[in-house]
Design a protein around this ligand. Sequence first.
Ligand SMILES: Nc1ncnc2c1ncn2[C@@H]1O[C@H](COP(=O)(O)OP(=O)(O)OP(=O)(O)O)[C@@H](O)[C@H]1O
Ligand SMILES: [Mg+2]
Length: 338
Amino acid sequence: MNKKNKLILEVKGLKTHFTTKRGVSKAVDGIDFTLHKGETLGIVGESGCGKSMTSLSILRLIPSPPGKIAGGSVLFKGKDLVTMTEDEMRKIRGNEISMIFQEPMTSLNPVIPVGEQIAEALRLHQKMGKKAAWEKSVEMLKLVGIPSPEKRAKQEPFQLSGGMRQRVMIAMALACTPEVLIADEPTTALDVTIQAQILELIKELQTKIGMGVIMITHDLGVVAETCDKVAVMYAGNIVEHASTEQLFANPKHPYTQGLLNSLPKIHEDQDELITIDGSVPSPYNMPAGCRFASRCPYREDICITHQPNLINQSDGVKVRCWKYTDEWTGNRDKEGVI
Ligand SMILES: Nc1ncnc2c1ncn2[C@@H]1O[C@H](COP(=O)(O)OP(=O)(O)OP(=O)(O)O)[C@@H](O)[C@H]1O
Ligand SMILES: [Mg+2]
């Protein structure tokens, strides 16, 4: 990625909290990242760590109540989306910033033919005429690999398979050539061949129009294939931020190390997945110290009592772990990971 590329998105101290009968759930709890033109940022982390809520916050689509952006800003080309009016947001959503949702039916209207839904977005945002919008809509369906796109365009979502609905949503997200695409597990429901096609299509569009992509995924293989840099999330925080190369070559945070260790090793004589013991703390009751402490093999006293900050290392990697600070006294790390 060319470092001189323009900054398009800057998330600063973003907090999204849910207030429910059980208390306040800190789903996203102060995260920072940037996205440049043509760049792909991966967001990874276990289920419930706040990946979807981060992306929904950017587009201001958090169910409210009970959810609320409790702090921070999301600067899109310098303008803060958090304080924009709903009218201004509508012009941005699906046009300048698009999202592929984890669950396709959340963004498709069940009773309108899919081709019409894409055409409608084109007419609204790109001011296209009826015929041109319809033609572009069919072209987009073809582009995402839907067979007989002219026929499928006239069908309603329920007449399509889950995989096809996912592709319709991708076609819709890409139709207006957005500057930022947020893809939340875009290919998990698809078979491997289609998955590769879709990732290829996103890449092509990225080169063509310089789209910035936020790729949310459980699949570290997809990260390795598509991302320039990666934010690892844990319990509402970013715990490591690194270039994809650095992350795979030298994962620093014990949680990242755990995630990479739990990858199936195809070439080794190992048929079981290594998993990280223990579980994520409740977002209603976050521990005072490091949120990963209860599961961390390197835990020391300071980890239980004080939360570490996300700190810049000399190689540009950011890591939220006491092990990488002067406060760390432990020498239990016999493998010399530090
Ligand atoms: N309506 C809600 N009320 C209360 N808490 C919520 C609500 N929706 C989400 N949350 C909280 O937000 C947290 C983050 O959820 P999010 O959907 O962002 O996780 P995720 O990282 O996308 O997980 P997955 O990988 O399973 O998609 C969860 O721990 C959940 O408790
Ligand atoms: Mg999610």
